[in-house]
Design a protein around this ligand. Structure first.
Ligand code: FPP
Length: 240
């Protein structure tokens, strides 16, 4: 890359296309998810190599609970396996692991593995890897509104975005600079609705199980070429 490269602080990925990838190979959908774990590994390694501070992955949405029970069960097993297998490598590579979402809906064993992986990696100071599980943007805004009202009794006049977002499930995590959704779909699909207000979006055609470091590099090059204006004029931003 050129010396004009801008490294985003937070990259988030909607990992899409596992089912289509499996179908193309004549395999059951779960094999697409299994193959997607390797892409997770590569994306994590690449983010750490590039000095990205936060990499977040949309792994399971609230809506995904309505998939066939077999697929949901196998996905949960896959998560547990991946967490168990990868945690020692995360510790070794100074990666902090976090899960965001409605955890109480997850099977107990998944909740336990998550807590254990979060505790084991809590002292890491490098990349933070965030997995969104049982998450939806509308759920997040609703739970934040309810807690904000309950805990602060905030009235309309004193409410501010800064005060409100402390109650989002992502509190403390900077908003994403770049969102990548693989497989050519161009939707936000009830993901981080509040947090992506000024995020740059990038929609490569590649299916998630085929996503490799070079695809990530191309996404970063595309991001570097964008001018972010946050509602201001180009001149105002350049004079900052
Ligand atoms: C979307 O593809 C993908 C998912 C719903 C699951 C993603 C999960 C993994 C890659 C498993 C491992 C994750 C971690 C964090 C270890 P899709 O099934 O919607 O694909 P389709 O649109 O082609 O049907």
């Amino acid at each position: 890359m050129t010396n004009r490269e801008k490294i985003p602080v937070h990259v988030t990925i909607i990992m899409d296309g596992n089912g289509r990838w499996a179908k193309k190979q004549g395999l059951k959908r779960i094999f697409g998810h299994k193959a997607g774990v390797e892409s997770v590994r590569q994306a994590t390694e690449f983010a750490a190599e590039k000095g990205i501070k936060y990499l977040s992955l949309f792994a399971f949405s609230e809506e995904n609970w309505s998939r066939p029970q077999d697929e949901v069960n196998l996905l949960m097993e896959l998560m547990v396996d991946a967490i168990l297998k990868e945690t020692p490598k995360l510790v070794k590579n100074n990666v902090k692991f976090l899960v965001v979402g409605e955890r109480t809906k997850l099977p107990r064993v998944v909740q336990e593995k998550i807590i254990s992986a979060e505790q084991s990696t809590s002292a890491s100071t490098g990349l933070t890897l965030i997995v969104f599980l049982s998450y939806s943007g509308k759920w997040d805004i609703m739970q934040a509104a309810a807690r904000c009202y309950k805990e602060e009794g905030v009235s309309g006049e004193t409410l501010s975005p800064e005060k409100f977002e402390k109650y989002l499930a992502t509190a403390g995590i900077p908003d994403p600079d770049l969102l990548i959704r693989t497989s050519g779909e161009k939707r936000i699909s009830n993901y981080m609705l509040w947090q992506t207000a000024y995020t740059e979006f990038y929609f490569p055609e590649v299916l998630w199980p085929d996503f490799r470091k070079n695809d990530f590099l191309i996404a970063l090059e595309e991001y570097s070429a964008r001018e972010r204006r946050y509602g201001k004029t180009g001149e105002q931003v350049n004079n900052l």
